[in-house]
Design a protein around this ligand. Structure first.
Ligand code: FES
Length: 108
């Protein structure tokens, strides 16, 4: 059985407008377009109960809607206080126009 998960159509994700995505056995996900390249991270901020897709994308930075913390979309690294713990960033594959990630080992 393949561990590849289809999230959404790549063409539906516009630069600067992150999209929430859901896949069985995975935490809430966020899909981004940065200069035409697609990235996927966890959607939940590591500082609190905020969805990053409700925040503000500025280039390759996503700012949380709650306390102004931010993350690097490409790596998941925390970039601005109060965020200190990185979000998970997933390797992306575009398959037949679909944004896909591979379910990590050990995921439910
Ligand atoms: Fe995201 Fe506080 S919940 S910065």
């Amino acid at each position: 059985m393949s561990n590849k998960l289809r999230l959404c159509e790549a063409a539906s994700v516009k630069d600067g407008e992150p999209v929430a995505a859901f896949a069985e056995g995975m935490p809430a996900l966020a899909v981004y377009n940065v200069d035409g390249e697609i990235f996927v991270t966890d959607n939940l901020c590591t500082h609190g109960n905020a969805m990053l897709t409700d925040g503000y994308q500025d280039g390759d930075i996503i700012e949380c809607p709650f306390h102004g913390g931010s993350f690097d979309i490409k790596t998941g690294a925390a970039k601005a206080f109060p965020c200190q713990v990185a979000i998970v960033s997933y390797p992306v594959e575009i398959d037949d126009g679909w944004v896909c990630i591979t379910k990590p080992e050990g995921a439910a």
